[in-house]
Structures are given as structure tokens and as C-alpha cells.
Design a binder for this molecule. Structure first.
Ligand code: GLV
Length: 338
């Protein structure tokens, strides 16, 4: 039997799912979370035919320069700003993500953050755990009701739409801004109205960010955008660090330019801007919006499916389900293993 292709899994996932690769591949899974240096990453990539990687693996031209046998990078996330897709494509290396399988879980978590920020859940819990609860004043810990307030969504892809659909239970009108307006049947289903970005900033009571990080979206929310928002508004970022200017946000929250924020993602993760850590009106979590049992397992399964299919195995043989640069498939001639 010919040598089996080698697959590298850069982080611990679900062994029972990754084991599906064993029949066709020689698999190496890292047993713990490691922050690889660019040189270490390059060495791993050079030694494998496929890599299942996470967001902390930043892969560009330098990291793949010596990766002569690498055919596929399967990202364990829907966002892929960690990959230089142009460089991978130029090198004839396919890339995939985990689109769609996490939409509902991320939408659930977005609402957990939104409601948590509105009703000050994080601050109240810190207060209780600090032993401060002797009595609760009737007029203390007052938060914002969400019912009937306007939900704004920046980025109305499938996660944004899943967030919007949940708003009907809270009787919230939905407005959104996107590169382009959605087809009318989807707008109707989401009960959402297209507005320009300024309108979104001015009208939203709760503003949820779900746009990908691209050069155009870097600091899409900074001092001047925050200045347009209502003083009672709550900002929720489940998209990517870098879309919000964290220093500007901390200053706006401290001044009371907006009422509160909830953030799952940060510039320079895992570091969090110290000015944010010092504020009580911001709810913080460590980039876990997709971290439900079901979603993380489904993401792993999809990455495995992409590897299997790319190399000609499984139900999708030859048609990896979520390829980001399909032009590579047209030119690639992946070996079908016996
Ligand atoms: C997580 O941030 C993802 O992009 O899946």
C-alpha cells in the first residue's frame, strides 16, 4: 500500500471524530494548545499533506514557502482571517472553513451576551461572589429591558440572520447593514429592514457585529461611529477582534457615550485591553461563541469531512463541502488512496 497522506491536527479536538481519518491517513494530533512560532508552524506544514488548524495558526506565504507536499488547510472556524487565501491559492493549496454548522450556536450565544449586558449579569455575579450581598436595594441593579427595542445587525450573513430570527420572540424590530440588501423573502423571514451604516448606528438600541474581519472592516466601530450611537445603546461584538477599536470603546463606555457592551472577541487576543477590564459596564468572554458541545463537534466533523473528501474518501469524495478557494480544486489532482 502506498504511503498514506499525513494529516496534522494543530490542537486537541474530539478524538472519536478525528479517528475517522485513521483508515486513510497517518494522523498526528497535538495533545495540548500550543502557540507555534511562525518557524515551528512552517516546519509542521512542510511535513504534512493536510493540516487541520485553528485561528491561532496564522498561515501566509512565509509559513507555506517550504510546504511542498501540503495540499489542504482545513480551518476549524468559520472566519478565516488567519489564512492568507491568496498565498494559499497561488501555491495551489486548498483551504476550507466550518461554515454554517455553528450558526445557531453562535446566535444563541450572541443573545446570551446581549441579555447579559442589558441586565448586568456579569457585574451582579462579581458583586455576589465578592460577598457584597447583604441586602439588595429595590432600586439597585436596574438594567435595560430588551422587549420592543430596536436590534441592529452589522453583517447579515447566515449568523446575522439567525440572530435576527430570534428577535421576534422579544418583539424587537430589526434593522441591518450589509454590503448589499438581502433578497426580500429573507428580509421578510428575518423581519429586518436594510439601513445605511449611519442609520444603523443612530437607530439601534442593541447593535450586534457579525461581519468578517477584512481590511475594510478594521475598526469599523471607532470613536466617530460610537459618537453616533445612542447613550443608552449596547454594543455586542461576536465577530472578530479588530472590528472594534477597543481603546476607543473603553473610552466611550467610561464617558457614558454608550451604556454597555458585551465582547467575545478582542484585538490582540488572548490579551484584553486593560481599560476594558477596569470597567463594570462591559461583559467579557474568551472567544467562545461557537463553544457548544454540538457546534464544536460539528465543526470538527466538517473539517474531517473536508480532508476526507479532498483526498477522495467518504460520502463527499472529490467534493469537499466548504472549500474557500474552489479554483484550486479544478487544478489539483488529489491522489485517491486505495
Ligand atoms: C470563530 O470565531 C469562528 O470564526 O468560527
Amino acid at each position: 500500500m502506498a504511503d498514506r497522506p499525513k494529516v496534522w491536527v494543530s490542537r486537541p479536538t474530539f478524538p472519536d471524530i478525528v479517528a475517522r481519518l485513521d483508515e486513510h491517513f497517518e494522523v498526528t494530533s497535538e495533545p495540548e494548545e500550543i502557540k507555534f512560532s511562525p518557524a515551528e508552524l512552517a516546519a509542521k506544514l512542510a511535513d504534512h499533506d493536510a493540516a487541520i488548524v485553528g485561528l491561532k495558526e496564522r498561515i501566509g506565504a512565509a509559513e507555506i514557502a517550504g510546504a511542498k507536499r501540503l495540499r489542504l488547510v482545513a480551518n476549524l472556524s468559520v472566519g478565516y482571517d488567519n489564512l492568507d487565501l491568496a498565498a494559499l491559492t497561488a501555491a495551489g493549496i486548498a483551504a476550507s472553513n466550518t461554515a454554517d454548522v455553528l450558526n445557531e450556536s453562535v446566535a444563541d450565544y450572541t443573545w446570551a451576551l446581549l441579555l447579559g449586558a442589558a441586565r448586568r449579569v456579569g457585574a451582579a455575579e462579581r458583586w455576589l461572589r465578592a460577598g457584597e450581598w447583604k441586602a439588595t436595594k429595590f432600586t439597585e441593579w436596574l438594567g435595560m429591558d430588551v422587549r420592543g427595542r430596536t436590534l441592529g445587525i452589522l453583517g447579515m450573513g447566515r449568523i446575522g440572520q439567525a440572530v435576527a430570527r430570534r428577535a421576534s420572540g422579544f418583539g424587537m424590530p430589526v434593522i441591518y447593514h450589509n454590503r448589499s440588501a438581502l433578497p426580500e423573502p429573507i428580509e421578510r423571514e428575518c423581519n429586518a429592514r436594510y439601513v445605511d451604516k449611519q442609520g444603523l448606528l443612530r437607530e439601534s438600541d442593541f447593535l450586534v457585529l457579525v461581519v468578517p474581519l477584512t481590511p475594510e472592516n478594521h475598526h469599523a466601530i471607532g470613536t466617530s461611529e460610537l459618537a453616533l450611537m445612542k447613550r443608552t445603546a449596547v454594543l455586542v461584538n461576536v465577530a472578530r477582534g479588530g472590528i472594534v477599536d477597543d481603546a476607543a470603546l473603553a473610552a466611550a463606555l467610561a464617558r457614558g457615550d454608550i451604556a454597555a457592551a458585551a465582547l467575545d472577541v478582542f484585538e490582540g487576543e488572548p490579551n484584553v485591553h486593560p481599560a476594558l477590564l477596569a470597567l463594570d459596564n462591559v461583559l467579557l468572554s474568551p472567544h467562545i461563541a461557537s463553544a457548544s458541545h454540538d457546534a464544536r463537534r460539528a465543526m470538527t466533523a466538517l473539517a474531517v469531512d473536508n480532508v476526507m473528501a479532498f483526498f477522495g474518501h467518504g460520502p463527499h469524495a472529490g467534493r469537499p463541502p466548504t472549500i474557500l478557494n474552489p479554483t484550486v480544486l479544478a487544478t489539483a489532482n488529489p491522489p485517491t488512496q486505495p
